[in-house]
Design a protein around this ligand. Structure first.
Ligand SMILES: C[S@@+](CC[C@H](N)C(=O)[O-])C[C@H]1O[C@@H](n2cnc3c(N)ncnc32)[C@H](O)[C@@H]1O
Length: 310
């Protein structure tokens, strides 16, 4: 197995999904297929539908499509379209859904995709190579206010305004076309020990914004709750606090059986608890896994189960 395929929190995910023959599972983020391959190996009669919007992943999936023609279906789509994608395959309900969010090692390593601030490539950052807006469009045309907001909101970057100002100054001299140009602009306006983390945060912010990652995750999680069979599980690995917060809050909301203000003497909201949270605290990789696979370092896994009656 090469690095492309090293699946994060593998045994924890397999256990989380409670895999059983005769049931239907979804890998919402196929990537290099590491998790998918192990899910398929775990049973003789379980079916797996995988999603990824990246054409490179579709190419990668061909090995599994050939090996398991009856049990594996790859769908090239954004996981925001989970329900429609499955409906087109005549699937309405499933028994487990896995999300392993973010970018794959493959996407980061391929400098031309523009996700990495250390390699040089075009400032692109689209996960779906066919979508329109690129990171270069954003840094070369957005106002100071808009850039600052994106860097603060999606990068949680304290120096957002300083960096946005420097981008505006530099783009007036020369269009910002590459990842190294943007890296240099960030580096030039910060003291050196701050700049590496700032670069990571600015690149993350642009990627989240370009791919609308937060909205898409919210939609996909809401739909997951709807399409799970009673007893079915949803497992989500996130890699930064913004994603993790969305997962944690959604699970908490779905678990609640009442959302009335505390001062109400009686419940009038008619809210139904749809999920039971199975991981009160997020599951994190062992020290050994973090050492073996640096990509696992910030991973957090949360698991919830669809209630029997809802
Ligand atoms: C961390 S990788 C998954 C790695 C995979 N679990 C494995 O074992 O190889 C995340 C993958 O999710 C895909 N992805 C991210 N957001 C997506 C979205 N909204 N819709 C579909 N695929 C998405 C990316 O293209 C990437 O291939």
């Amino acid at each position: 197995m090469n690095e492309y395929h090293v699946p994060v929190l593998l045994s924890e995910c397999l256990e989380a999904l409670d895999l059983q023959d005769g049931k239907i599972y979804v890998d919402a983020t196929f990537g290099g297929g590491g998790h998918s391959a192990k899910i398929l190996e775990s049973g003789k009669d379980l079916k797996l539908f995988a999603f990824d919007q990246d054409p490179d992943s579709i190419e990668q999936s061909k090995v599994l499509t050939e090996k398991y023609p009856e049990r594996f279906v790859m769908i090239q789509d954004n996981f925001a379209n989970l329900r429609t994608g499955l409906a087109l395959e005549r699937v309405k309900k499933v028994d487990g859904i896995l999300f392993d969010l973010g970018v794959s090692s493959h996407q980061i390593n391929e400098a031309a995709r523009g996700f990495s601030f250390s390699g040089n490539g075009k400032l692109n950052m689209r996960m779906d190579k066919e979508s329109e807006l690129t990171a270069a469009d954003v840094v070369n045309t957005y106002s100071f206010e808009k850039l600052t907001k994106i860097f603060r909101e999606y990068g949680e970057e304290k120096e957002a305004a300083r960096i946005a100002r420097n981008i505006i100054l530099e783009r007036d001299k020369k269009e910002i076309k590459t990842t190294l140009q943007l890296s240099q602009i960030i580096e030039d306006c910060l003291i050196s020990h701050k700049s590496i983390k700032a670069k990571a945060r600015i690149f993350q912010a642009l990627r989240i914004y370009i791919n609308k990652e937060m909205d898409v995750l919210q939609t996909a999680l809401n739909d997951s709750v709807k399409i799970l069979n009673p007893g079915g599980r949803v497992a989500v690995i996130s890699y930064h606090s913004l994603e993790d917060r969305i997962v944690k809050n959604l699970f908490k909301y779905e678990e609640k059986s009442c959302i009335c203000p505390p001062e109400f003497p009686l419940c009038v909201c008619e809210k139904i608890s749809t999920l039971e949270i199975l991981s009160r605290k997020p599951i994190v990789p062992t020290e050994q896994e973090k050492e073996n696979n640096p990509r696992a370092r910030s991973a957090k896994l949360r698991i919830a189960q669809k209630r029997e009656v809802s």
